[in-house]
Design a protein around this ligand. Structure first.
Ligand SMILES: C[S@@+](CC[C@H](N)C(=O)[O-])C[C@H]1O[C@@H](n2cnc3c(N)ncnc32)[C@H](O)[C@@H]1O
Length: 451
């Protein structure tokens, strides 16, 4: 592969670690400015994302191979070594090529003075296979070794372990952690009434998702090249996100009004709003979409631009105090740590902290409590996060005083599966390693006295 692809990967990694950039945004700018071919862009993306994801493991390897603390290395040198380690240990690049390409990258990437060091360290790294390095630096089954070999911060491993245990899935921790290190396929959602799933599959060359009746997994190519995505008849959306939105539409509510009113309380950027809006249109309902940040409300408007007029109404406002309604169905897709979508954001695991969790749980509690005041008698709230962490899922729901409906029944209805496919209930935790979706959480809630 070309030097310019490796330089693009290095620029992306450095943008993330030095400037706090998001990898996907940095990479798309770098690819455009460097004019990379599709093939080189894919290679650069794999190198950069893989290096960022696995940097915890690669740091341990570099530490042994260099005899130095990786954090003491210049950022460019450390990034060149991550990229080299990724080529050698994950992409099966032959040792000789990996060493010379790493030295070349150091020379052309602004770390020429360290090319001797890069050469020596990469020679040592390429003397062992990935399995041999795992045996050397993290062979055990404790949290520390798991965290090193799957490249996750220890606090995240502990949170995921607790959540799996609460769902009777204690033996699945390593499979879950490994699933965050595989790149996610791009999934599209067809919006009912605008395009049906089969038409989207044939137009995009994709295949039907396993569970969602709206989803299509793209096999190759960019979603921007699919006409239905450009037209707003379909959007890029994880299958788990499709399922939780569809479950709310399908939940057994007892609405007072013939024409139901729905609310999406945390709507930006509007992926779920678009699917819910399409389902609302089919059922003669309307959907209010609320978003705190004006720029994200703009994204919601863009996402729903192709839905029939008058169905979705976008508002800028704060879900802890906004007084619209009452509503028969409310989606609270709460701001969360996003630890259920780690496979999509290579840098996210290193950016989050336990302090974020404390702040978010307070906000989640307040949004859910206020949303409950906007609920019509007999109405249903779907409380959703793209995180399986207990503190921001089950514990928020249990503390809310709201009554849980069986979310498994709604998912079974949407997907045509049995209840047992969705765990012990009444809430549902989707898992990346088990369902192939982001690890989304869903609880369906109603006022305790059926108010
Ligand atoms: C998890 S995201 C929602 C994703 C969205 N449902 C989708 O599928 O595209 C949470 C959203 O809530 C918004 N938000 C945060 N605090 C809010 C608040 N107090 N009121 C309303 N929206 C809020 C964030 O800006 C963010 O856009």
């Amino acid at each position: 592969m070309s030097t310019s692809a490796r330089k693009a990967a290095l620029a992306c990694v450095l943008a993330v670690v030095e400037d706090d950039a998001y990898a996907n945004i940095a990479m798309s700018t770098i690819v455009r400015e460097a004019g990379l071919s599709q093939r080189d862009a894919a290679f650069a993306t794999e190198l950069a994302y893989g290096s960022l994801r696995m940097s915890g493991f690669y740091d341990e390897v570099i530490s042994v191979a260099s005899g130095r603390e990786p954090s003491s290395l210049e950022a460019t040198v450390r990034a060149v070594l991550w990229i080299g380690a990724h080529q050698a240990l994950d992409m099966s690049t032959p040792p000789h090529a990996t060493v010379s390409e790493s030295v070349d990258l150091a020379k052309h990437g602004g770390a020429a003075r360290a090319s001797g060091l890069v050469n020596a360290v990469m020679r040592r790294i390429t003397e062992r296979t990935r399995e041999e390095w795992v045996s050397a630096v993290a062979p055990g089954n404790g949290i520390t070794d798991l965290s090193i070999r799957t490249s996750h911060p220890e606090w995240i491993v502990a949170e995921l372990e607790a959540s799996l245990a609460a769902r009777g899935r204690s033996g699945e921790l390593e499979a879950l952690l490994d699933s965050h290190n595989d790149a996610a396929a791009v999934t599209l959602a067809s919006r009912p009434g605008l395009i049906d799933r089969d038409a989207l599959a044939s137009q995009s060359g994709g295949t039907a998702t396993e569970y969602s009746p709206y989803g299509v997994v793209l096999k190759a190519g960019s979603p921007g090249k699919v006409a239905a995505v450009r037209d707003g008849a379909a959007g890029v959306q994880d299958e788990g996100s499709q399922l939780v939105a569809a479950a709310l539409a399908s939940a057994a509510a007892r609405p007072a009004s013939a024409q139901e009113r729905w609310l999406d309380a945390c709507a930006g950027p509007g992926g779920k709003t678009a699917l819910l809006g399409a389902l609302a249109a089919e059922r003669g309902a309307t959907l209010a979409a609320l978003e705190l940040h004006p720029h994200r409300a703009t994204l919601v408007r863009d996402n729903v631009r192709s839905l029939p007029r008058g169905v979705v109404d976008v508002h800028v406002g704060d879900a802890t105090e906004w007084n619209g309604g009452p509503f028969d169905r409310i989606l609270v897709d709460a701001p969360c740590t996003g630890l259920g979508a780690l496979r999509r954001r290579p840098e996210a695991r290193w950016r989050r902290s336990p302090e974020d969790l404390r702040e978010l749980t307070d906000l989640q509690t307040r949004i859910l409590a206020h949303s409950a005041t906007r609920l019509a008698p007999g109405g249903v709230i779907a409380y959703v996060t793209c995180s399986p962490v207990l503190a921001e899922t089950r514990e928020i729901v249990e503390a809310s005083g709201l009554e849980q409906l069986d979310a498994r029944a709604a998912l079974a209805d949407v997907t045509g599966t049995g209840l047992e496919a969705w765990g012990q209930g009444p809430d549902v935790q989707l898992w990346t390693h088990a369902h192939g979706t982001d690890s989304m959480y869903l609880a369906l809630l109603t006022a305790p006295d059926g108010r």
